[in-house]
Design a binder for this molecule. Structure first.
Ligand code: DX5
Ligand code: ZN
Length: 233
């Protein structure tokens, strides 16, 4: 008998890549207060992606500023030599890219051994079949709806169909489906209807530059997603 579909909790994860780096601790506290569920941490190495952001030392420095889940998105290759450092820095989720190396299974094993939730991210061109044989090790799949490396890019619509297919693949498993890139209230409904439960947003959350605007921005994404999920606002 097929399992009934039980939606995973709706999660809004502001990406601090779009925040004011000169006051990162304040920005993390502001989005926490503004209603963020997770804090999304974009780590870029200038090699796997054409941009450099920050690493485990910055994440460790941010850890005392919030109790929210630290959702790390590693856009680095290789990733294995750094997994322990990110775990020790206070990351709760560690997501690696399927394209970052030849040994995804080993990376996921290492993350689980470190006691963290293990995520896999897929670039827009990567099919979901890339995770078929590691699906039982995965706690979270992060579907990229832009090419990783920069905030503020336009949403790539093929992510919607990909999420629908992924929902079918993950049915009955406790796997979060997170979407990242160009996410704003205008696409959140379609993404939620397709099966995404985690919404990463950088520019759409941090526009306005104040806690009050972050609150309005997060609420707008949440409302659009809740409506599509048929949940009371
Ligand atoms: C892109 C990052 C995203 C980025 C999203 O490589 O993974 O998390 O911060 O930014 P927006 O929401 O502005 O597209
Ligand atoms: Zn990200």
């Amino acid at each position: 008998m097929s399992q009934p579909f039980v939606p995973r909790p709706l999660v809004i994860a502001p990406s601090i890549l779009a925040s004011d780096f000169s006051k990162l601790g304040d920005e993390v506290r502001a989005v926490d207060q503004a209603g963020a569920d997770w804090i999304h941490l974009d780590v870029m190495d200038g090699h796997f992606v054409p941009n450099i952001s920050y690493g485990p030392d910055v994440i460790r420095a941010l850890r005392p500023h919030t109790n929210k889940i630290f959702d790390a998105h590693l856009m680095i290759a290789p990733c294995d030599p750094y997994l322990e450092a990110f775990a020790k820095a206070g990351c709760d989720h560690i997501t690696v890219h399927a394209e970052a190396g030849p040994h995804l299974h080993r990376s996921l094993q290492a993350i689980k051994t470190l006691g963290k939730r293990a995520g896999v991210s897929l670039n827009p061109a990567t099919p979901i079949s890339a995770i078929e044989y590691v699906i039982d090790m995965v706690d979270l799949v992060l579907i990229m709806s832009v090419n990783p490396g920069f905030g503020g890019q336009a949403f790539i619509p093929s992510a919607i169909g990909k999420i629908q297919d992924l929902r079918a693949m993950t049915a009955g498993r406790p796997i979060d489906i997170e979407v990242d890139g160009g996410v704003a209230p205008d696409v959140a409904g379609a993404l939620a209807a397709a099966g995404a439960n985690g919404f990463v947003a950088g520019s759409a959350v941090f526009k306005g530059g104040t806690m009050q605007s972050y609150k309005t921005n997060i609420a707008a994404i949440r409302t659009a997603a809740m409506q599509a999920r048929g949940e009371a606002i």
